[in-house]
Design a protein around this ligand. Structure first.
Ligand SMILES: NC(=O)c1ccc[n+]([C@@H]2O[C@H](COP(=O)([O-])OP(=O)(O)OC[C@H]3O[C@@H](n4cnc5c(N)ncnc54)[C@H](O)[C@@H]3O)[C@@H](O)[C@H]2O)c1
Length: 379
């Protein structure tokens, strides 16, 4: 067995379980990447502990107080998947404890919280800190990223990226913390879904200069789960019209949409790039396919090629087979473990600096919505 990096998980909810499950199938990866081992867990809700304890015999510390994990010498790194209002304090404490951190988006409930987290990172250059974002690791999306890096599109026409859900169309769905401004943050759906749409654009250099935002809060109350109703005060849908610049200095529009009220979208993450010479498209609703066209003559025809399982980090899965969500989580974790070791990764995890850009964009989007004007990003 190779090297091991010992992890504590803070927040044993939906995403905490996804990471633990990915760590349990590390044998799936065929390259030499250190293995994460779950040795500690923390959640204030004790009922969430039992799934972890019964599935991971390596767990030594089980606690409701995350500081119990930070003082442990048998923990090297932390995965933190907590409600947004807790990011600032907990991420800063993790960083100061000298442990590596994969934090969740939006990486601070607002721009000030994010700036404070980034200050702590600057004071602790010895720790590796990244933000979770898994969708770019679909092999068909990696193909699209390579096309961007190889400058195959010619002069850019536009970029569209989105992450859309439909489940909130059910107005009888009870409230949860992601629909409460005090816990989720003022960004609403943008804070919850936005970084997913920004990872590829920011990484390839498409950082908006200006933004015009249309934000809607359509469902204003929801069942409280106790027989009554309660305020649902977060934005449900956001459409951002951004101005970007390509490598040759030409401006082009980028449309970023994050929606919880998107009829028909179970979990639609997509990226569409159009240019004068070529265009390409990836959507998680057709997760194994790369769609592309070459602009030849008067007519253009889309082609669809099924990529199969050819991920960034090779696995035991035959390359004709299909790739899915839990595979993308495994790939993201492989990238993070490599980054902890200082190994260059062709497409790495979302960086703290990219979270700074994300907060600049979302803060400008809030101002734009308020003033009904386009707003320059304060970068
Ligand atoms: N990468 C992704 O695809 C993805 C998907 C969903 C959510 N997320 C992000 O992950 C984070 C968590 O979301 P989730 O869906 O897992 O939420 P969740 O509600 O399922 O889990 C959060 C957990 O934190 C626990 N918790 C709350 N306060 C705590 C405290 N003070 N100390 C310890 N534990 C505490 C809760 O009991 C709960 O079990 C958020 O930042 C969210 O934006 C990321």
């Amino acid at each position: 067995m190779g090297r091991t990096i010992r992890f504590g998980i803070i927040g044993c909810g939906l995403m905490g379980r996804e990471f633990a499950s990915a760590s349990a199938r590390w044998c799936h990866l065929t390259s030499d990447i250190p293995r994460p081992e779950i040795v500690g867990i923390c959640d204030t809700n004790a009922t969430s502990h039992s799934w972890f304890v019964s599935n991971f015999s390596t767990i030594v510390t089980v606690t409701a107080d995350y500081k119990d994990l930070l003082v442990r010498e048998d923990i090297d790194a932390i995965y933190c998947a907590l409600p947004h209002v807790l990011h600032e304090q907990v991420y800063i404490d993790v960083i100061r404890s000298g442990k590596h951190l994969l934090g969740e988006k939006p990486f601070g409930i607002d721009q000030k919280a994010n700036a404070n987290i980034l200050d702590a990172i600057r004071q602790h250059p010895e720790v590796t800190v990244r933000c979770a974002s898994e969708f770019p690791y679909y092999p068909a999306c990696q193909m699209l990223i390579r096309w961007i890096q190889e400058d195959r599109f010619g002069r850019m026409l536009e970029v569209k990226a989105g992450f859309n859900h439909a489940s909130d169309l059910d107005v009888t769905k009870p409230i949860n913390w992601k629909r409460k401004k005090a816990i989720n943050g003022e960004y609403g759906c943008m804070g919850d879904l936005g970084i997913h749409t920004q990872h590829v654009p920011f990484r390839v250099g498409w950082v908006p200069k200006r933004v015009y935002a249309c934000l809607s809060d359509v469902v204003t109350e929801r069942p409280d789960g106790k027989g009554g109703t309660t305020a649902c005060d977060t934005y449900d849908n956001a459409t951002l019209v951004c101005t970007c610049e390509d490598r040759t200095g030409h401006e082009f529009p980028m449309f970023l949409e994050t929606k919880r009220l998107s009829p028909g979208s179970t979990n639609d993450w997509y990226l569409r790039v159009t240019g004068m010479e070529a265009s390409a498209h990836f959507t998680s609703e057709d997760p194994n396919a790369f769609h592309y066209l070459h602009s030849e003559g008067k007519d253009q025809a889309w082609s669809r090629v099924v990529i199969g399982s050819k991920p960034l980090f090779p696995t035991i899965t035959g390359d004709i087979f299909e790739f899915g969500f839990s595979d993308s989580i495994l790939q993201m974790w492989a990238a993070f473990l490599q980054e902890i070791e200082g190994v260059p990764v062709a497409f790495g995890c979302f960086t703290p600096e990219e979270t700074r850009l994300s907060h600049a964009l979302l803060t400008a989007a809030l101002q734009s919505h308020e003033t009904k004007n386009s707003v320059a990003l304060d970068l």
